[in-house]
Design a protein around this ligand. Structure first.
Ligand SMILES: Nc1ncnc2c1ncn2[C@@H]1O[C@H](COP(=O)(O)OP(=O)(O)OP(=O)(O)O)[C@@H](O)[C@H]1O
Length: 570
């Protein structure tokens, strides 16, 4: 936050300067009223009334000018502050590892970037308006009232103590409640995100009502906590009004007692000051409400800003990935969790090789390849790229050299050409076409009326699973990576198309190293080396023929797939 203070403190102070002038003008007015009553009206001095009246008018005009100037500055500063903060948070989130994003939860990050920033923006705006004006007005009115009549000040002291107790209780009760409200907003966002992401599944399973119920439940929780918080907070304002009104009654009563010797104009001014104290105290209690929310938001935003990013300085850049070496690697997603996903992994891949990784579902295949672009940190062991410890290589250069076609591929809204070019903005139309040819995508793209300009709906809704996979492969190829990772990326393709793609690949990129993760043995059968994974451990490695002799698990997978295909034929 220091950064923003440094950037905006001059404008902030200027706004405070104008708001102080505004408050001073408010403070002068009851004094003038008192003089008009006691000196002008009481003595029937019309000149005095006109003179003081004009003074009051000029002061009011100046007050309006100060208020307008302050308003322009405060709106400008708070908007710019929120703009900067949102940008900084987004940039920071971009540096996060997957693990950190998972730790925060995506929905919570969205709430922090939107709702929490708005709370802080409201607070900053308020600071430059009422937050400073109210205390000045409150203390100033107090001083002016004491100056008018010292004896009656005892009423003010009692009033201030009472109000202070109410405000501090308000703060104590409100803070945990607003924290809960923010958490419930996170949950609601999370539910919406999940629903929208799985809308097809929900509709296929006819689980619409179940999802609506789930949403209603979360929505109700938010409703309940917000209402409770608002209700609790709203109890305090009438209390403050009550205390101040009782004090005004007391002033009127004391004004009637001869020993206090108070003129009517002074009583009017005194009550005027007390009303100002009342308004400013109500504003102060409102400030505390905003402060309580802003404090929660500040902590949540700060957590995001303080979290260590992934990008480290002074790391080595590499031009390409030639060799990969896993040495005794252990890995788990959650450090507190005993569940080690990868155990003692030793694996070696040389330049230009095609490596297969096969194993049952959940055996850790994706987890292995997630370590290569440094998506997650390794718990134990060393991962070397070109003989250099991966921790000493810059993320950017590493990720530039590798292209991954993930199991769950994502297409963006836009044309097919845009989607392929997403892998390399500067790619020419010819390159886009060439990559589509290699990925065996050109035929189906040409069958569309608009060919490469065909519009893809959000998430690739209007293309089939196999077409989506081939567009994703084209997108990866256009990067011209030195390492290509296909994570179950051809599962929706027939064996012939898959074989053609593999043939085309080696012609397109010289010395391309390729890792193929697959469930089907036919996808990895020709690989230079195949690793067999079982419950996070490598239980066999070698070429297909070697594994058929040496690895029971591989043989079992082979047999089950052969039996299945024979069964299919029958
Ligand atoms: N982001 C994550 N957070 C926590 N655990 C995870 C995460 N991703 C995977 N896991 C766990 O790690 C283990 C290995 O998962 P992984 O995705 O690597 O398996 P896989 O062999 O690729 O499976 P599949 O063939 O089904 O894709 C599983 O037990 C899974 O539950």
């Amino acid at each position: 936050m220091k950064k923003y203070i440094k950037k905006y403190y001059k404008l902030f102070l200027l706004s405070i300067f104008f708001v102080t002038l505004e408050a001073l003008i408010d403070l002068i007015q009851p004094g003038i009223t008192s003089n008009i009553i006691d000196k002008g009206i009481a003595q029937n001095d019309i000149n005095y009334i006109l003179k003081e009246g004009s003074k009051m008018f000029i002061i009011t005009v100046f007050g309006a000018i100060f208020a307008l100037t302050r308003n322009i500055i405060s709106t400008n500063v708070s908007q710019r502050f929120a703009y900067d903060l949102r940008n900084d948070l987004f940039t920071k989130i971009n540096t996060y590892s997957f693990k950190t994003i998972e730790k925060f939860n995506k929905a919570s990050l969205i709430t922090r970037l939107t709702n929490d920033v708005t709370q802080l923006q409201n607070f900053v705006h308020g600071m430059m308006r009422v937050f400073i004006k109210s205390p000045i007005l409150c203390i100033g009115s107090l001083i002016m009232a004491i100056r008018l009549n010292l004896k009656m000040s005892i009423v003010l002291v009692v009033m201030i103590i009472g109000v202070f107790i109410v405000i501090s209780t308000n703060l104590k009760i409100g803070y945990p409640l607003f924290k809960k409200v923010q958490k419930n907003i996170d949950n609601l966002n999370s539910k919406i995100r999940e629903y929208l992401g799985a809308v097809r599944v929900v509709k296929t399973f006819n689980r619409y009502e179940y999802e609506v119920d789930k949403f209603e439940h979360t929505n109700e929780e938010l409703y309940n906590t917000s209402t409770k918080a608002m209700r609790v907070m709203s109890v305090f304002s009438p209390f403050i009004t009550f205390i101040v009104n009782m004090s005004i009654v007391l002033v009127l009563y004391l004004g009637n007692i001869p020993t206090f010797d108070i003129k009517i104009g002074v009583i009017v001014a005194y009550i005027n000051y007390m009303t100002r104290i009342l308004t400013s105290l109500i504003m102060i209690s409102h400030i505390f409400n905003v402060f309580v929310r802003a404090k929660t938001s500040y902590e949540r935003v700060n957590e995001v800003l303080k979290e260590d990013g992934d990008i480290k300085e002074n790391l080595k850049n590499i031009d390409r990935i030639d060799s990969i070496e896993f040495e005794d690697i252990d890995f788990s997603y959650n450090k507190d969790n005993e569940n080690t996903v990868l155990k003692n992994i030793n694996l070696k891949i040389s330049k230009g090789q095609t490596i297969g990784i096969i194993g049952s579902t959940g055996s850790g295949k994706t987890s292995i390849i997630n370590l290569i672009p440094k998506f997650y940190k390794i718990d134990r062991g060393t991962l070397k790229i070109n003989g250099i410890d991966i921790n000493k290589i810059s993320d950017k250069s590493l990720r530039k050299s590798v292209a991954i076609v993930p199991q769950k591929n994502t297409l963006f809204t836009g044309s097919i050409a845009d989607n392929i070019r997403w892998g390399s903005e500067k790619a020419t139309y010819h390159e886009v076409k060439q990559c589509a040819q290699i990925a065996e995508a050109e035929e189906f793209i040409n069958s569309f009326r608009d060919t490469y300009s065909t519009h893809i709906g959000q998430g690739g809704v209007n293309v089939s699973g196999g077409q989506k996979q081939r567009i994703s492969i084209s997108r990866a190829l256009i990067k011209r990576p030195s390492l290509l990772i296909l994570d179950d990326a051809t599962s929706a393709l027939d064996a012939g198309t898959e074989a053609n793609i593999k043939n085309n690949l080696s012609k397109y990129i010289k010395d391309l190293t390729c890792i193929i993760i697959a469930q089907r043995i036919s996808s990895v059968i020709d690989c230079d080396n195949i690793y067999v994974l079982e419950e996070g451990e490598i239980v066999g490695q070698g070429k297909h023929d070697e594994l058929m002799k040496s690895c029971k698990e591989y043989k079992d997978i082979f047999k089950s797939q052969v039996n299945r295909s024979l069964g299919d034929e029958e």
